[in-house]
Design a protein around this ligand. Sequence first.
Ligand code: 26W
Length: 841
Amino acid sequence: HGQDLESKLVHDRGAFEESFVRHVETTLARNMYNCDNLAAYQAASSTVRDALLVDWANTQQKQTVHNGKRVYYLSLEFLMGRAMDNALINLKGRDNAAAALSDLGFNLEDVLDQEPDAALGNGGLGRLAACFVDSLSSKNYSGWGYGLNYQYGIFKQKIIDGYQVETPDYWLKYSNPWEIDRKEIQIPVDFYGHVYEDYDPNSGKPKKIWSGGERVLAVAADFPIPGYNTDNTNNLRLWNAKPTHEFDFTKFNAGDYQQSVGAQQRAESITAVLYPNDNFYSGKELRLKQQYFWVAASLHDIVRRFKKTNKSQWEKFPEQVAIQLNDTHPTLAIVELQRVLVDLEGLEWDHAWSIVTRVFAYTNHTVMTEALEKWPVDLVGRLLPRHLEIIYDINFFFLKDVEHKFPDDRDILGRVSIIEEGNEKSVRMAYLAIIGSHKVNGVAELHSELIQTTIFKDFVRVFGKDRFTNVTNGITPRRWLRQANPQLAKLISEKLNDPNYEYLTNLGNLKKLEKFIDDDEFLTKWDAIKFHNKRRLTALVKEETGIELDPTVLFDVQVKRIHEYKRQQLNIFAVIYRYLRIKELLASGVSIDEIKLKHYISKASIFGGKAAPGYYMAKTIIHLINKVGDVVNNDPEIGNLLKVVFIPDYNVSKAEIITPASDLSNHISTAGTEASGTSNMKFALNGGLIIGTVDGANVEITREIGEDNIFLFGNLSESVEEIRHKHIYEGVQIPETLQKVFDSIESGAFGNPEEYKVLLDGIRYHGDHYLVSDDFDLFLDAHIKLEKVFGHHGGDASDKDHLHRWVKKSVLSVANMGFFSSDRCIDEYAENIWNIEPLNQ
Ligand code: 26W
């Protein structure tokens, strides 16, 4: 019966309309005469939600009966974006919903536009988790996500006078139709307190007891995750922190009532806000509280589910449960499971530890040392006294093994110890994560190689090469092709003779597009779709910034978190250089048309991305980009030859408009610093070409699509250390070209030069850590090369060869991006790390 209902709601126009009206009248308590787009979104999403819930309940039932192994993906961030379009696509109900809404007087696109982004993540790591849960469902795995239900996601970015201003993102202003409150699932989580020793009355042995000093409740909120072309609908469980109902009467007397209630209310602050740092560890107590709160609640939930069918047969635990740690943020889960098994379940230490290490696996997402978590021992001991003891014990047994293995190496013990000695002793979370896991993976080949030869090289000696592996990242083609670029997705489905879009779960099928590489009509259609998408972006830019772009010019895009290592400064310096050269040419009497013909093609440089609120250098870069835009865009001589745009508040739903509209995107990190990158994959999958360094997944993208179809430049990662060394001992050489740029900035061409002093000095006088000076001319050269190819593009129709040179590269990119589906990624994790198989539908 449930299945029928689901199918009707999504596939029967009348049923959709009926349900819509019912939700307007009952859920929203309004009537159809008083139903705006927002109300329409709420009624439509409630209808879709009802359909999802049927699949969701059936899936959970089926998985329980099957009683197989489940994977749990622990991530402090899930950057989901909007849910409704994705749900309609995955349930194959989009056309029906569009027709039904149109009958009722609404436009589907406008209704979809009402949904706030679920922006519970910073950047790459959070969006990867969102792609993974989509693939887990789509490929019929039993896999849950566990995270936190922040009331405030990543801040909203406003640009005021060219500066980033952060404002809170209160995304739950209206009730969230995708959230199923599980108020009955409440798990107590303790903090602080003390540890004492007692005797176990059963065994007569001594036993540690942790008596917590503060208790908070974790209350579950569930989000159904529909798969594509399957009924499999997994669960994403995000915890809310709530005060306990118990009132501590010993802690207050009549006079303290007010304070006592206040203290209880503070419980909710644990899940109030996402920390906005990306790739930077800041060591705040509340962040550690978030981590333990989430990890403790999730583990108790997992253990409870296991015990329901398996009682205390702990040997079976690793056969039933795989837990993936998304970076080190959930590393305390290792310690918590050891505590549960030893202190609460009474297992022997070694037995417990062998279970723990079979359950966990750890993914590293960065080699940047400033991003590695190192919690002060004092803080851990105060917040989680028993856990600190267990960490010391884990370290003790580990170091004993290391000593046994390397009796002659005096230094290795200090190097691999979980505890870093020094002024402030600290817990190295990455080391704990490696020691407590059976597999450790990086997220692209180069990155996985780098972690084994640099930050974790001692652990390769200790545990052997087999503990380390690579799983190259991927993206979900449902959202990043079908949803973001419906016209291209449709053209592909037609060309592949695949009316049901089966290629979206078999992305290798894209390869068949190569057959049409000389089909002029096809290439023209392809190009027209890119143009359509560029017009869509032009409208967004106009709306957000007031700037008018010409959609025929090259759209040169860099959107991602603002970070020195990602080198938005390299990009904006090159834009300034271009502007200065154009001005010189104009001054020497060369006409604008001649410049366009002989020197520079017309382009728009489009930037977007957030800076961590405390990251001064990143904010300076944002300011410079905006100031350059002010100057260039208002220069009456320049026209459409050059425009510079900073799109405020870059987020997932804006990415869905920006990505399909790019001709060229920048992935230009200093070699060896970007672990993988995933937006590079999104752009290439949408037919945008890449200008990039030999870094992260760019390397594998090049291998797949061919080096003729990507513009690579820059020093290689194996030279970086040596160059940095040279900078420090021999000084930094600023090339003439870059010097011109610095001179103009210092002349005040883009506002007060004092504001950019840190940026320029970091390069000139403080070692140019990110090799901007070394890669600048190489970057300019790469541009000259690519602009020759883009040059006559879409112009001179008599020059047939030239006409489609760019478009052909675009098609060849897309045709060879099949490898980068997150479905492939999840299959690799399932086979090599989790040891789970899909459930047959
Ligand atoms: C402790 C502060 C902190 C917060 C977030 C440190 C590190 C992080 C993340 C791990 C940073 C991150 O998002 N890394 C990105 O992960 C992506 C998915 O694997 C990669 O594609 C990006 O290259 C990597 O920067």
